[in-house]
Design a binder for this molecule. Structure first.
Ligand SMILES: *[C@@H]1O[C@H](CO)[C@@H](O)[C@H](O)[C@H]1NC(C)=O
Ligand SMILES: *[C@@H]1O[C@H](CO)[C@@H](O)[C@H](O)[C@H]1NC(C)=O
Ligand SMILES: *[C@@H]1O[C@H](CO)[C@@H](O)[C@H](O)[C@H]1NC(C)=O
Ligand SMILES: *[C@@H]1O[C@H](CO)[C@@H](O)[C@H](O)[C@H]1NC(C)=O
Ligand SMILES: *[C@@H]1O[C@H](CO)[C@@H](O)[C@H](O)[C@H]1NC(C)=O
Ligand SMILES: *[C@@H]1O[C@H](CO)[C@@H](O)[C@H](O)[C@H]1NC(C)=O
Ligand SMILES: *[C@@H]1O[C@H](CO)[C@@H](O)[C@H](O)[C@H]1NC(C)=O
Length: 374
């Protein structure tokens, strides 16, 4: 099975403008819990603010300082989950746990299994930067120990490239199976008996943005409870997390969809949007799909261009905002014509009668949707 993880691509060679256009943010100087702040933003604007790079981080800091010099701790749209998701999407929500006593202790977002003699394969959470040996899962061979020191993210990358994924442990017998594999090596030291498994805590943006930018205060310890993220202005804008029920001011952002009811080729449409300081829309969540459906209902063509482009060389679809396609609404027959993609560049459009996406030759002239990150 082909596994493409959600990622950001560097597409400067393919699309002319790289970073997303600046969005308009609204600082709301009212103390609300994170969840209330989220509702407020969704009602009045689009969502709580998502920070995708250092530029946006600096902009937002400056904006808060300008508007109100007293506000110090300000919610943004990042929230964590409990430690509790497996790296392998197939076993994402498997519930078996084998925590050691007082674990998870909030020392980090990644989990290792302790196979040192008396520890019975118990689990501990720790900083994902720590380097350890690790256990991959290989769909045809089972668990595989990799005796190389890697941090959790790199271990995950290694397992996904060479096997299936970092190991998910689904019951006591699988836990013992791993312990046995580790015990087989009589010469390995205690340190090498603490191995990464695929469990980790996930941080998610309120709008499901896949941004991986972070700006944590060093040694920010995330406790094992649901927490939400604050920018601390007096601490150089570094991020810290806190109980989501605490009340703080917050930042929302706003963006707007514009259906252009003119028939253009995909490239003309992209240029047209960008000339108006907008971009062709990237539909990377169910929420965005809903909003797009809402505007396509008044289109004058049967299909409407999205910011979706096919790369024949790499053989993948990507959004003009630089993301690969993770969320999708492809029609079952969307890929007709792709085998000849070296002759005609294909782009993606939404079909107005059922709102599924299909691939069309980019020279077709149809309506399109621009998005303004206000
Ligand atoms: C893991 O290691 C790589 C390479 O040394 C580094 O770039 C990355 O930031 C590390 N990631 C984490 C989460 O520690
Ligand atoms: C299992 O491991 C072998 C190498 O030992 C690798 O070639 C194969 O692709 C792996 N299978 C899966 C499903 O990851
Ligand atoms: C543990 O889980 C695996 C995979 O679901 C299953 O094949 C096995 O029978 C389970 N063992 C026990 C003892 O539940
Ligand atoms: C046992 O562990 C040591 C240290 O972790 C490693 O260097 C060695 O290759 C391992 N031996 C086997 C047979 O896997
Ligand atoms: C984010 O994704 C989750 C899980 O897929 C979904 O339930 C939720 O509605 C999404 N939120 C938004 C704002 O799109
Ligand atoms: C759809 O559009 C109408 C009119 O512009 C608006 O009132 C409504 O909130 C929109 N619904 C969604 C889900 O965006
Ligand atoms: C745009 O193309 C559609 C067919 O896809 C056609 O029905 C419509 O009249 C055209 N609109 C304009 C303004 O040319």
């Amino acid at each position: 099975m082909e596994r493409i993880t959600c990622m950001s691509l560097l597409l400067t060679a393919v699309v002319s403008s790289s970073a997303r256009a600046p969005r308009q943010y609204h600082f709301v100087n009212q103390n609300l819990s994170w969840t209330e702040a989220q509702s407020y933003c969704r009602e009045k604007y689009t969502d709580l603010f998502t920070i995708s790079d250092i530029q946006e981080q600096n902009d937002i800091e400056q904006a808060i300082k300008r508007v109100n010099s007293n506000a110090d701790r300000v919610w943004i749209g990042l929230k964590n989950t409990k430690v509790g998701f497996w790296s392998d999407p197939v076993f994402y929500t498997e519930q078996y746990r084998n925590w050691g006593s007082d674990q998870p202790g909030g020392d980090g977002d990644c989990v290792y299994m302790n196979c040192v003699n008396d520890h019975k394969g118990q689990w501990h959470d720790v900083d994902c930067n720590t380097t350890r040996h690790f256990i991959c899962y290989n769909a045809s061979k089972g668990f595989i120990i990799v005796q190389e020191q890697k941090n959790w993210t790199e271990a995950q990358k290694y397992c996904r490239e060479s096997h299936t994924d970092l190991a998910s442990v689904r019951n006591q017998s699988e836990n013992e199976q791993i312990q046995k594999i580790i015990d087989q090596n009589k010469t390995s030291g205690d340190q090498d008996k603490r191995v990464w498994i695929g469990l980790h805590r996930l941080w998610v943006w309120s709008d499901n943005s896949t941004s991986t930018f972070t700006h944590w205060k060093p040694n920010n310890n995330n406790n094992n409870r649901e927490t939400c993220t604050l920018i601390v202005i007096s601490d150089e804008g570094q991020w810290t997390d806190e109980k989501c029920s605490e009340e703080h001011p917050f930042v929302c952002y706003d963006e707007k969809l514009v259906l252009v009811r003119e028939n253009k080729t995909w490239t003309e449409a992209l240029r047209r949007c960008r000339n108006m300081d907008m971009d062709l829309v990237s539909v990377d969540s169910e929420q965005m799909q809903q909003r797009v459906m809402n505007v396509t209902s008044s289109a004058l063509s049967d299909h409407v261009w999205l910011g979706l482009r096919h790369s024949c060389t790499v053989g993948i679809w990507f959004w003009v905002n630089g993301q690969t396609v993770c969320y999708d609404q492809w029609a079952s027959d969307y890929d007709i014509g792709l085998d000849e993609c070296d002759q005609t560049v294909r782009s993606g459009a939404i079909r107005t009668h059922d709102n599924h996406w299909i691939s069309l030759p980019e020279t077709k002239e149809i309506n399109f949707i621009c998005i303004k990150y206000m």
